[in-house]
Design a protein around this ligand. Structure first.
Ligand SMILES: Nc1ncnc2c1ncn2[C@@H]1O[C@H](COP(=O)(O)OP(=O)(O)OP(=O)(O)O)[C@@H](O)[C@H]1O
Ligand SMILES: [Mg+2]
Length: 364
């Protein structure tokens, strides 16, 4: 191989800044489209924190990709900056409850994200500390370092129980914190989440409830247009964004889906060595997005649900019928085979109840 040859090729011919099309990217305020009313409502709910007062606790609902996480992060960052101008110390802890679903994990991550060990003199070890000790450390960190701690509990319905919500929502009233106060923003796409809470937690947690509606095609188009500079100038054909927006609007007005399909369209153009992102790549990008979404969804399932699905898939593969009726007994047998291959004990009751209907119909 010659000295000048590189496996990484020339600069990206399609993307100028692909990061703009990543879900983790937090856009600037002027790139957040169609959420003025939601921002105003959220700001009103938490504005007391700007002067060191206790913000209202908030629950935000809405389907996937409606900007719940984005708007919560943006508004709390804005609040932190506005408070700093009043010499009020506000900080935000963002917790993904899917990752930190137990009480101990959640309180530890909250304490760690608020902590600045040089200021507080408190350590938050990764393990070896009891849950109540993590709480004690959290209360101390809050009192020493902050006037207001805002805790965003994203995917709040994934918490294993209400204990952490009970503790956090009662911290000030129970005298756990004296020189600081707390606000909680809970986010869920399960509209009935509140019904699962005990009365005490419910009333303190949902002082304000907001529902984020899905985006329509025009809003999705504006969201995508505001990120079109992710692409090099002139590579994006004019009809690509309208087509992606229309597809995503048809399927629940999901901005994440729209952004992912646009990114995949660019990647597919690159794979074809094309220097233009053409509208004909959008359908393939759509399929790729659906596969990735499904893989993510399955990946989040408990192990035995995955085995059951695998059993089902095997049965489907063996069937020549495109609209197959597969007896659940047969699915269960396939599940048993998958378990044996994976050297896992076979579950009976939970799996049997998951396949309680006598026949399952699947279409290809
Ligand atoms: N109004 C908007 N303007 C610009 N970008 C947006 C807007 N709403 C959402 N997005 C983008 O769409 C993607 C999904 O948004 P977000 O993660 O906030 O959705 P969500 O409602 O939290 O979804 P989920 O319930 O699946 O977690 C992110 O990349 C986000 O930056
Ligand atoms: Mg989210």
């Amino acid at each position: 191989m010659s000295d000048t040859e590189s496996f990484f090729g020339d600069p990206d011919p399609i993307f100028a800044d692909k990061e703009l099309l990543r879900v983790s990217h937090l856009p600037e305020g002027d790139r957040i489209i169609g959420r003025d009313e939601e921002f105003t409502n959220l700001a009103n709910a938490i504005k007391d924190a700007q002067r060191g007062g206790t913000p209202n606790n908030v629950l935000i609902y809405g389907k996937t990709g409606t900007g719940k996480s984005l708007c919560s992060k943006y508004i709390t960052q804005d609040l932190t900056e506005a408070a700093a101008e009043n010499d009020v110390r506000v900080d935000v802890a963002y917790i993904d409850c899917f990752q930190d679903s137990t009480e101990t994990q959640a309180v530890r991550t909250i304490a760690e994200s608020f902590n600045e060990p040089d200021v507080t003199g408190v350590k938050v070890p990764a393990s070896g500390v009891s849950t109540s000790d993590y709480y004690r450390r959290l209360w101390k960190i809050l009192d020493v370092r902050l006037d207001v701690g805002i805790i965003i509990l994203d995917e709040i319905d994934k918490l294993e129980d209400d204990n952490v919500l009970m503790q956090l929502s009662r911290a000030a009233e129970a005298g756990k914190v004296e020189d600081s106060t707390l606000g909680i923003i809970g986010i869920s796409n399960k509209i009935r989440y509140k019904e699962t809470l005990n009365e005490r937690v419910k009333s303190s947690l949902s002082e304000r409830d907001f529902v984020f509606p899905p985006y329509d095609a025009n809003q999705l188009r504006a969201i995508l247009n505001s990120r079109a500079d992710a692409f090099r100038e002139g590579v994006l054909d004019d009809d690509v964004i309208p087509k992606v927006a229309a597809l995503a609007a048809k399927e629940h007005g999901d901005a994440r889906k729209a952004i992912d399909i646009l990114r995949y369209s660019g990647e597919i153009a690159d794979e074809h060595d094309d220097d233009r992102v053409r509208v004909e790549y959008v359908d393939e990008a759509h399929e790729r997005e659906e596969e990735a979404r499904l893989a993510e969804l399955i990946g989040k399932q408990p192990e035995h649900s995955k085995y059951l699905l695998q059993g089902l898939a095997l049965q489907m593969q063996q069937s020549t019928d495109t609209d197959a009726m597969i007896p659940s007994k047969q699915v269960y047998s396939a599940y048993e085979v998958v378990c044996v291959n994976a050297k896992e004990p076979i579950r009976s009751k939970s799996v049997a109840s998951a396949t309680s209907s006598p026949n399952l119909r699947f279409s290809r």
